[in-house]
Write a protein that binds this ligand. Structure first.
Ligand code: FE2
Length: 135
């Protein structure tokens, strides 16, 4: 689980809103994993991962549009971080996600959760500071 905290705020309302939604979708996977009453979790997890991936693509576009609008000097580097992350996400082998291989899913969740938190706290906040200073 990732809990929203004030330090995640980058000072751009649209970006903050999308980050909250990303965290919500991410947390749905945890909730589903923990739901002992549901036995057929595989399809649900794949569905949420797909939604998370689609929403992330749109969210990165939002950030990249903002960075371009304000001529953000670290645009290329930030965009590369997004691309590297999406390459990792697209590399997920869904056939390995079943309940005999819980550790594979745990690995994905740790990677995505940690990346989101680190990226927001570092790169996205730096972008927000810049945009707030120039706009
Ligand atoms: Fe970003």
């Amino acid at each position: 689980m990732v809990k929203w905290r004030d330090s995640f705020s980058v000072g751009i309302a649209e970006v903050d809103r999308e980050h909250m939604e990303l965290i919500n979708i991410f947390n749905e996977i945890h909730q589903l994993k923990q739901d002992r009453l549901r036995l057929d979790k595989f399809d649900g997890i794949i569905e949420i991962l797909g939604r998370l991936s689609d929403y992330t693509v749109r969210h990165f576009e939002t950030e990249e549009t903002i960075m371009q609008r304000y001529n953000y000097p670290e645009y290329a580097q930030h965009k590369k971080e997004h691309e590297d992350f999406m390459a990792q996400v697209n590399n997920i082998d869904v056939s390995q996600i079943d309940f005999e291989q819980d550790s594979y899913l745990r690995g994905i969740m740790d990677y995505v959760g940690n990346w989101l938190c680190d990226h927001i706290l570092d790169s996205d906040r730096r972008m927000g500071d810049y945009v707030c200073a120039v706009k």
